[in-house]
Design a protein around this ligand. Structure first.
Ligand code: ADP
Length: 524
């Protein structure tokens, strides 16, 4: 028989529910990745600009990956100390309290269907209030307006929500609800901070915003610490009851997984776009440069070793003992997607990895700059009329120069956001921890270090999102002792030191800014 003590608990199971796939990953005590299972998720586009997911498919695909990863690794569920959840953020689901049946598909973060309501809020000046209270800009991207849309468009939904028959949740809440057999309706501070409904300073749902959106408070999940036991996954799913003990939105989980625990630490994730997050500690820094103020995580240190289920019964968000770590967040819309465009649109490379060989086959970009403003530019420019620009082309320009300029654009855009962050926070970045699909590219990492003038650190495990969820869960159940121990597990894969002379670096950056200037306000 398997012992019930912690010695027999060899793994943490991370559930990483992303936009395009659900993944389950096992991490061992030394933070090594033991096994991964992944399933694609169907994207539903009912109309132009609308994006949905089937909530049942989200749940089923996530459950299947969890079962598969245990099977593949030959690990019994009894060996799992806890489950940690990380998720695509902002995606919104409303379901029936008694049956658990969703009343509609999930409205995905990318969906623009509520853009008109956001414009209305801006015309009223309500967006300023939202910014002050939630740290977010008023945009269809966040959950609140999506929930309102569901209550407006599904017959009887608002009345049923008022009666307490309907529940709202982001994807983490949905998974927790299903995993616990419908007994826990909860989310964590990081996910709550992306709803547009949560006052990040007072750490509670904001009644004034709820009133304006006509969303009954009774349908909202309880907000619990990101590291703490939310409830137990029912034995019917994996064969034994397992505590769900960690939860954070994907970008915040990556910040945690990179062990960016101290004020001033920054990580950048290079995927389709780039997400740069700076830990600002217990201070919520408001941005003057178009960045978002968000909650990194909320942890109640004194709770780390208490028994499962206590938070589900506690008062949750109003507890003053919660320690909130805030973050500044800046996003770049197009990063790795520029490389996809070279491959699938322009067809000048066959696979993404070829970009590195080509970029290093020339000594520089030959004066070519590529501003990939395919859908406008995000922070710090916020120009939706900007469009992609390739400039500096001469008769001598070759394919390699263009490919190199595309890779360089990821680093230049990251510097743009980093500059804005440093201005907002009043600190200087000392190093940058990187992750995401594109950081396998050594040229990119080296050029990033060169153009920022600080070292770029690539960890040996770049699955930092799932790792962050695992850490939050492991910390709550005593699998890892404290953040100090976790920090000691962060292992450097490779360090890229800046080599460019400052004068050369600044000249290149100034040219990039000139190229950006040419791309702005293009579409009339
Ligand atoms: P997401 O989570 O946003 O789907 P991933 O983290 O999986 O993204 O990263 C995929 C992105 O990384 C793609 O946009 C791809 O073009 C880019 N990418 C993958 N490999 C490389 C490479 N060797 N060099 C540059 N970019 C790459």
């Amino acid at each position: 028989m398997v012992k019930s003590g912690t010695a027999s608990k060899r793994f943490i199971l991370a559930l990483d529910q992303g936009t395009t796939s659900s993944r389950a990953i096992l991490f061992d005590h030394d933070s090594n990745l033991a096994c991964v299972s992944q399933r694609e998720l169907r994207q539903i586009y009912p109309r132009s600009g609308w994006v949905e997911h089937d909530p049942e498919e989200i749940w089923q695909s996530q459950l299947l990956t969890a079962r598969e990863v245990l099977d593949q690794a030959g690990v019994s569920a009894k060996e799992i100390a806890a489950i940690g959840i990380t998720n695509q953020r902002e995606t919104s689901i409303v379901w029936e309290r008694t049956t658990g049946r969703p009343i509609h598909n999930a409205i995905v973060w990318q969906c623009r269907r509520t853009a008109d309501f956001c414009d209305e809020l801006k015309e009223e000046g309500f967006d300023r209030k939202i910014l002050r209270k939630t740290g977010l800009v008023t945009d269809a991207y966040f959950s609140g307006t999506k929930v309102r849309w569901l209550l407006d468009h599904i017959p009887e939904a608002r009345a049923r929500a008022r009666d307490g028959d309907l529940l709202f949740g982001t994807v983490d809440s949905w998974l927790i609800y299903r995993l616990t057999g419908g007994s826990v309706h909860a989310t964590d501070f990081s996910n709550a901070s992306r709803t547009l409904l949560f006052n990040i300073h007072r750490k509670r749902w904001d009644q004034e915003i709820l009133d304006r959106f006509e969303i009954p408070k009774i349908m909202l999940p309880k907000v619990l610490p990101s590291s703490g036991v939310f409830g137990e996954a029912s034995p019917e799913w994996l064969g034994t009851a397992i505590p769900i003990a960690g939860n954070a939105g994907d970008q915040q989980a990556a910040l945690y997984g990179q062990a960016c625990f101290d004020v001033g630490m920054v990580k950048n994730t290079y995927g389709t776009g780039c997400f740069l997050l700076l830990n600002t500690g217990e201070r919520a820094v408001s941005s003057r440069n178009g960045l978002l103020t968000t909650i990194g995580w909320g942890i109640r240190p004194s709770d780390r070793r208490k028994s499962p289920g206590r938070e589900a019964a506690s008062g949750g968000s109003d507890d003053p003992a919660e320690v909130i770590t805030y973050a500044l967040e800046g996003s770049v819309f197009i990063a790795g997607a520029a490389i996809q465009w070279l491959r699938d649109g322009l067809k000048i490379i066959e696979q993404a990895s070829q970009s590195e060989t080509l970029a290093t086959s020339v000594k520089d970009s030959g004066g070519v700059y590529f501003v990939p403003a395919f859908v406008g530019l995000g922070a710090p420019y916020w120009d939706m009329q900007a469009r992609g620009t390739l400039i500096g082309i001469t008769r001598g320009t070759e394919r390699a120069h263009i490919v190199r300029a595309a890779l360089e654009s990821m680093a230049f855009q990251t510097r743009d956001v980093a500059e804005a962050m440093q201005r907002d926070a009043g600190t200087r970045m000392r190093e940058l921890r990187v992750d995401g699909g594109a950081v396998v590219n050594n040229f990119l990492c080296q050029f990033q270090a060169d153009i920022l003038g600080v070292p770029v650190l690539r960890p040996s495990i770049t699955e930092t999102t799932a790792l962050g969820a695992a850490y939050l869960a492991g910390l709550a159940v005593g699998f890892w002792k404290d953040q100090k121990e976790i920090s000691s597990h962060w292992r450097l894969g490779r360090k890229f030191e800046p080599h460019l002379r400052p004068v050369v670096r600044e000249a290149a950056y100034a040219e990039w800014k000139r190229a950006v200037e040419r791309s702005l306000r293009w579409k009339t």
